[in-house]
Ligand binder design. Structure first.
Ligand code: CO
Length: 165
C-alpha cells in the first residue's frame, strides 16, 4: 500500500503528467488512492502525495456534505474562478499544520472520470476548496505556499516545515 510523502520530499514539487490511456492500471491506482485517503482520514489525496506523477486526485467529502461519494478527478483543470473566501486548510503531507488560506470561492472545472469520460462542473463551498487544494498538488504547489510569508517563516523557524521544501 502507498506511503504518504511528507513535505521536503521532491516528488511533491513535480508537476504531473496527463493521463491519456484509461486502462485498468488507472482504475487500480484510483482504488488504492481512495483506500489510503480513508486510512489516513483525509478528505482528499493527490497522486504526488503517494509518489506518483499522473494527474489523478481523489476526494471524499461525505463527512461534511450530503449525497457525496468518494470520487476521482483525472486531468482536472480549473477554467474559471471567482469570488474569494478564507478557510483553514491542512494536508496529509504537512502533518500538524493548519492555516488560513485565501482562495476563489467558485470554480468551473473540467476533468475526466476513470473511464475517460469528460465532465464540466460548477462548484462552490467546501468541495471547490478541497479540489483547489488537490489540483495545486498536481502542479507541485503546497498550501503553505499560499499562506502569509510571516506565518510561513514562523513554521520554518520552529522547524515544523523544512527551510527548503
Ligand atoms: Co494536501
Amino acid at each position: 500500500m502507498y506511503k504518504i510523502r511528507i513535505i521536503g520530499d521532491p516528488v511533491l514539487r513535480k508537476s504531473t503528467k496527463k493521463v491519456t490511456d484509461f486502462n485498468d492500471n488507472i482504475k487500480r491506482i484510483v482504488k488504492n488512492m481512495i483506500a489510503v485517503m480513508h486510512r489516513e482520514d483525509g478528505v482528499g489525496l493527490a497522486a504526488p502525495q503517494v509518489g506518483l506523477d499522473s494527474s489523478i486526485l481523489v476526494i471524499d467529502i461525505s463527512g461534511v456534505e450530503e449525497n457525496e461519494l468518494p470520487t476521482a478527478f483525472i486531468n482536472p483543470e480549473i477554467i474559471e474562478a471567482s469570488g474569494e473566501s478564507v478557510i483553514e486548510e491542512g494536508c496529509l503531507s504537512i502533518p500538524g499544520v493548519r492555516e488560513d488560506v485565501l482562495r476563489p470561492d467558485k470554480i468551473e472545472l473540467v476533468y475526466n472520470d476513470e473511464d475517460g469520460n469528460s465532465h464540466k462542473e460548477l462548484l462552490n463551498g467546501w468541495k471547490a476548496r478541497v479540489l483547489q487544494h488537490e489540483i495545486d498538488h498536481l502542479n507541485g504547489i503546497l498550501f503553505v505556499d499560499r499562506i502569509s510569508p510571516v506565518k510561513r517563516q514562523l513554521l520554518i523557524s520552529q522547524e515544523i516545515i523544512p527551510e527548503k521544501y
